[in-house]
Design a protein around this ligand. Structure first.
Ligand code: TYD
Length: 141
């Protein structure tokens, strides 16, 4: 996991954790504390057995999200319209902020990968930008 994020509208979120192995680790996120918004929706992605799986490939207009890889690993590619950065997501204690106007693409999932996302709003297709050219025009505004 990298220590510094260069793209705009992102950043690392470190959760509070107790790693008292061998009885298991406990990791905690609290809304408006280490998670910088009120959480309205939680979703997770598992069963990533397809080696060629791709997810994301969109940006949001207003939605705030924090993405975690709670098990396994994958590559998160971020693009703010100017700067691009690949992040190896392999540390369950660090989340990455997916703020508005940030294109993201997820690939190279380990088969045991589990992704957890905390979101600031309910699902709204109208908040998505799914076309890359449209995204570039939107961030220029
Ligand atoms: P999408 O956000 O495009 O997936 P990802 O970024 O994980 O690749 O969502 C995939 C489909 O699931 C799409 O048809 C919308 C639907 N969906 C919901 O209905 N509710 C949700 O909360 C999410 C995240 C997706």
């Amino acid at each position: 996991m990298i220590k510094k994020i260069k793209v705009k509208n992102s950043g690392l979120i470190k959760l509070h954790f107790f790693d008292d192995f061998p009885d298991g680790n406990l990791v905690i996120g609290e809304a408006e504390k280490n998670v910088p918004f009120k959480i309205k929706r939680v979703y997770f992605i598992n069963s990533l057995f397809n080696k060629k799986a791709q997810r994301g490939l969109h940006a949001h207009k207003k939605l705030e999200q924090i993405i975690f890889c709670v098990n396994g690993h994958f590559t998160l590619r971020l693009d703010d319209g100017k700067t691009r950065q690949n992040i190896l997501m392999n540390d369950p204690y660090y989340g990455v902020r997916l703020g508005p106007k940030l294109w993201h693409h997820m690939t190279k999932f380990s088969s045991d990968c589990v992704i957890l996302v905390l979101a600031s709003d309910y699902f709204k297709e109208s908040d998505y930008i799914r076309n890359y050219k449209e995204f570039l025009n939107y961030v220029k505004k």
